[in-house]
Ligand binder design. Structure first.
Ligand code: NAD
Length: 496
């Protein structure tokens, strides 16, 4: 479709980092992998190799877990809580000082439009770190009234060594959703980035050391899920797994974690419904609905991949969504004017294009898009499906690409039945001027987050997550503090 003239050797902010062979980060040092194997990271916009990365295996996981255990039993646990917070704040400062480099790395490695990384991923990562740095010295317990002859109180203690397993769609932001609260609580971490996007994790790991994080507190072991991820999940000395990714892998993690009863939190998939009633502000609703599915090329767990529209407004919404899809500027992620980049990989592109075929075979009408664009890079034109029936696979299964299914409904009860009728429950949106109706919907929607007359916002101060195929537990806010700490009850005999 176009040639992307990116010279990887030129003096851009990330050039120096990219020129180095990337190694594992274990016990405060950059080290080669035990096997000596390396793997390549591709730019999804050009299919060019942008970095070579040491590939971890079970032996590296053992080393990283041992380092994390030593660090947990050592200084990180005994350091003043405020000092932990100061180190995390220093880390946030270093991230800001290296913003250009980190933003470029993330854009290149994940194929994300740089304007979006600048506006969302990077500031959200820094905000998360700053927020939890503030928590470090505010994690307390309660004095609880029980007996007159006893002082009884609770304290919260860090759970220990945490395995953080991260996907490729928001490597930096989701990575920080896990690292910041775990470290603030006094845990130590072995992080496994997705094999397609390891670079930002390795770079921010280096900066954490520069900020004064003691050796072993944060270790980064890139490599495949089935070796590094599996070894972490089954490791007897890992106390907790925090995972974001697909329901299939999440299920395996629960089984693996059962070995030593690891704590598990899972953020999995979604098939979120964005419900538009005919009395809604259709201009605002369709603008948000388009952003809700096409942002990050639809590779968002809370993407509004099902747009439910009341009969009277159906044709107009389909038309407006198609117009918005056609107007999206697709192109080089490093160009600040680009709104839509490639999808992450050839495999992901193949899977999305398969769903476009499936939708057509099921009888849905492809109004626009759904084709590969160009022959280099994994670009797909944003697709709008009309006449989608609730039972069709494109309405039930997560596509994780720029494909929206527009479904017609009659009334409130019909909208709720369809909205709640998948295996997922991550998020939902509702658009109407009737305040009773939107509140009734918010109350009955099976979703961890409900957006009313808006779509897609997240904030680390609010709980995030879902149930069933959308996951287990919540991230963010106080929920994350509970995830990474264990309560302890203490009894003291006052008559001793
Ligand atoms: P994935 O489940 O294939 O991979 C996620 C991570 O798990 C990667 O680091 C991968 O290497 C690792 N992994 C793979 N197999 C493993 C195993 N056997 N043991 C341990 N770790 C293993 O998912 P993906 O393709 O990277 O990401 C897309 C999926 O993630 C989508 O389904 C999406 O909905 C979901 N997601 C959810 C959220 C959320 O907040 N709920 C956010 C982003 C993505």
């Amino acid at each position: 479709m176009r040639s992307i003239a990116y010279d990887y050797a030129q003096q851009t902010p990330a050039a120096e980092f990219l020129a180095k062979p990337q190694q594992l980060l274990i016990d405060g040092r950059r080290v080669a992998s035990a096997s000596g194997r390396i793997f390549k990271s591709l730019d999804p916009a050009t299919e060019q190799v942008i970095a070579t990365i040491a590939e971890g295996n079970e032996v590296d996981v053992d080393h990283a877990v041992a380092a994390a255990r030593r660090a947990f039993e050592g200084r990180w646990r005994t350091i003043r809580a405020a000092e932990r917070g100061h180190i995390l704040l220093k880390w946030a400062e270093l991230l800001k000082q290296h913003a250009d480099e980190i933003i470029e790395l993330e854009s290149l490695d994940a194929g994300k439009p740089i304007a979006a990384v600048l506006r969302q991923d990077f500031p959200a990562a820094v905000d998360t770190l700053t927020y939890y740095a503030g928590w470090a010295d505010k994690i307390g317990g309660d004095v609880v009234s029980t007996r007159d002859d006893a002082l009884t109180y609770t304290v919260r203690e860090p759970v220990g060594v945490v395995a953080a397993i991260v996907p490729w769609n928001f490597p930096l932001m989701i990575g920080m959703w896990k690292l910041a609260p775990a470290l603030a609580c006094g845990c130590t971490v072995v992080m496994k980035p997705a094999e397609l996007t390891s670079l930002s994790a390795l770079r921010i790991g280096e900066l954490a050391l520069e900020a004064g994080l003691p050796a072993g507190v944060l270790n980064v072991v890139p490599g495949p899920g089935r070796t590094v991820g599996d070894a972490l999940v089954n490791h007897p000395d890992v106390d907790k797994v925090t995972f974001t990714g697909s329901p299939g892998v999440g299920r395996g993690i629960m089984k693996g974690a059962a070995g030593n009863f690891k704590r598990v939190s899972l953020e999995l998939g979604g098939k979120s419904a964005n419900v538009i009633f005919a009395d809604a502000d259709l201009d605002a609703a369709t603008k948000a609905a388009a952003a809700g599915i096409f942002f990050n090329a639809g590779q968002v767990c809370s993407a509004g991949s099902r747009v439910l529209v009341q009969e009277a407004a159906y044709d107009e919404v389909v038309e407006r969504l198609a117009a918005r899809a056609k107007a999206l500027r697709m192109g080089d992620p490093l160009d600040r004017a680009t709104a839509l980049g490639p999808v992450i990989s050839e495999k992901q592109m193949g899977s999305i294009l398969d769903y476009v075929d499936i939708g057509q075979k099921e009888g849905a009408s492809l109004v626009t898009g759904g084709e590969r664009v160009g022959s280099r890079g994994y670009f797909i034109s944003p697709a709008v499906f009309a006449d989608v029936k609730h039972e069709m696979r494109i309405s039930q299964e997560e596509i994780f690409g720029p494909v929206v299914s527009v479904i017609k409904f009659k009334d409130e009860a019909d909208a709720l039945r369809i909205a709640n009728g998948t295996a997922y429950s991550l998020a939902a949106g509702v658009w109407s001027r009737d305040i009773g109706r939107v509140q009734r919907f918010a109350k009955r929607a099976r979703a961890g987050t409900v957006w009313i007359n808006t779509y897609g916002y997240t904030d680390v101060r609010l709980p995030w997550g879902g149930e069933r195929d959308s996951g287990l537990g919540r991230e963010h806010g106080t929920a994350a503090i509970e995830n990474f700490t264990e309560p302890k009850a203490v009894w003291m005999n006052l008559n001793a």
